[in-house]
Design a protein around this ligand. Structure first.
Ligand code: NZQ
Ligand code: ZN
Length: 390
């Protein structure tokens, strides 16, 4: 187990009255705010009106940047930075899912530097400061509302890369589960798969892990298994939406990963799928994960799969751990493809082998290896993509 420092500074207002605190929180930092959002879902479902009302009540001047796309583009970030600098804006309020929040994080950092914000992403330039960021979360998935990470795409170069820092963590996030009632079946399923994947990425850890954290991760996994399908069947089920929302924040806010320093495996592989084919992040993860599990299962790794099967999927304990491990992977597939109803292979998304060589290399980054639960080189990654084809 590693040494670690616990510091998760985002204040959370959770529940049906969460948005009532917007004016008060934002007003502490600035009288001018950049309101960022996506393709317009917040105008259809009334969230926009409520947010604007709260800001106006506290006499906060509003500037707007809309049209942030899923797999957010660097162009939107540049536009936001320009608006902030031109108008001397002191805070950002991101209203949306991970895409809007991620783009806003890099805007908040870009506002403090003179170079192109893409340099944070492509060159890994360090983020040393940012203007205050606030978020109103409208779908449960990425956990971006409570962490410092951001993933930005550049369609011109087929790149989708992560950046982030302590400074880009939101100052406060407003989480009202009712706002997620209008999230489509598909996005609810993809979001649930994303939460599950964040938990798997940390759980499958090649260091000694911490018993307490492993059991907490298993509880969060059970929560997603219980409530993901319920939210799909009954979109206005408050209990389901609330459990998914809070699970999304805790899966990836840094608390659970305290005992792990392994790199993530499925995320870098998925980011190449999104970069080349602009697919939905959670769907890509659902397709890759069971194949990755098959690929890394061995006598050396069997124990973790066994724990997952017995503790999360209620499989019976057995002397034959390998048998239980295989059943566990079947259960994971069943959850993604039957319970959540996601497509189960890349061919179904119109993806073939054409770009696999380039994607495999890029997924392994500059060092040519993903140092995860099991180290993966480009050849390994290519095999996992091939296994995911059909
Ligand atoms: O754009 P609008 O019109 O708002 O519609 C969005 C979008 O089309 C819609 N939506 C969101 N809330 C809604 C709603 N529709 C109806 N009602 C609502 N209440 O859902 C669609 C998807 O939104 P998006 O923000 O793209 O989804 P998500 O939250 O899954 O974010 C995905 C992005 O986050 C990155 C992913 O790679 C991807 O780019 N990630 C960010 C992470 C982080 N910052 O920590 C970690 C993740 O692993 C992930 O990589
Ligand atoms: Zn993710």
């Amino acid at each position: 187990m590693n040494n670690f420092t616990y510091d998760i500074p985002t204040r959370i207002h959770f529940g049906k009255d969460a948005l009532d605190f917007i004016g008060e929180e934002v007003g502490k930092y600035s009288k001018k705010v950049l309101l960022t959002y996506g393709g317009g879902s917040i105008k259809k479902n009334g969230i926009y009106d409520k947010v604007v009302e709260e800001l106006k009540n506290k006499n906060i001047e509003i500037f707007e940047l809309s049209g942030i796309k899923p797999n957010p583009r660097i162009d939107s970030v540049r536009e936001g930075v320009k608006l902030i600098k031109e108008n001397d804006i002191g805070a950002i309020l991101a209203v949306g899912g991970g895409s809007t929040i991620d783009a806003s994080k890099i805007m908040s950092a870009g506002a403090k530097v003179e170079f192109d914000p893409w340099d944070f992403i492509s060159e890994g330039k360090e983020i040393k400061d940012a203007i205050p960021l606030f978020t109103v979360l409208t779908m449960a998935a990425t956990g971006s509302e409570m962490n410092g990470g951001a993933v930005i795409s550049n369609p011109e170069t087929n790149e989708k890369l992560a950046s982030g820092s302590y400074y880009t963590r939101p100052k406060a996030s407003f989480l009202n589960p009712e706002l997620t009632y209008t999230v489509s079946e598909f996005q609810t399923a993809a979001g649930s798969a994303d939460i599950m994947s964040h938990l798997f990425e940390i759980y499958f850890n090649n260091n000694d892990s911490m018993y307490m954290l492993d059991r907490m991760m298993e509880s969060l996994m059970k929560t997603v298994i219980e409530y993901g399908p319920k939210a799909i069947k009954d979109p206005k089920n408050y209990e389901a939406r609330a459990n998914l929302m809070w699970a999304s924040s805790w899966a990836i806010n840094g608390f659970l990963s305290a005992s792990s320093n392994a790199e993530w495996s499925n995320h870098p592989m998925e980011h190449e799928l999104s970069a080349f084919y602009d697919i939905t992040h959670g769907l890509g993860l659902a397709i890759l994960t069971p194949r990755w599990m098959d690929y890394v299962l061995s006598d050396d790794t069997v124990n973790k799969f066994y724990d997952l099967g017995v503790n999360v999927f209620n499989l019976e304990q057995s002397e034959d751990k390998m048998e239980v491990a295989r059943k566990t992977i079947e259960k994971v597939s069943e959850f993604f493809f039957e319970k959540l109803g996601l497509d189960n292979n890349l061919n179904a998304l119109g993806i073939d082998e054409e770009n696999f060589d380039a994607m495999s290399k890029k997924a392994c980054g500059k060092n040519g290896v993903i140092k995860g639960f099991i180290d993966l080189n480009p050849e390994d990654v290519r095999k996992i993509y091939e296994m995911s084809l059909n």
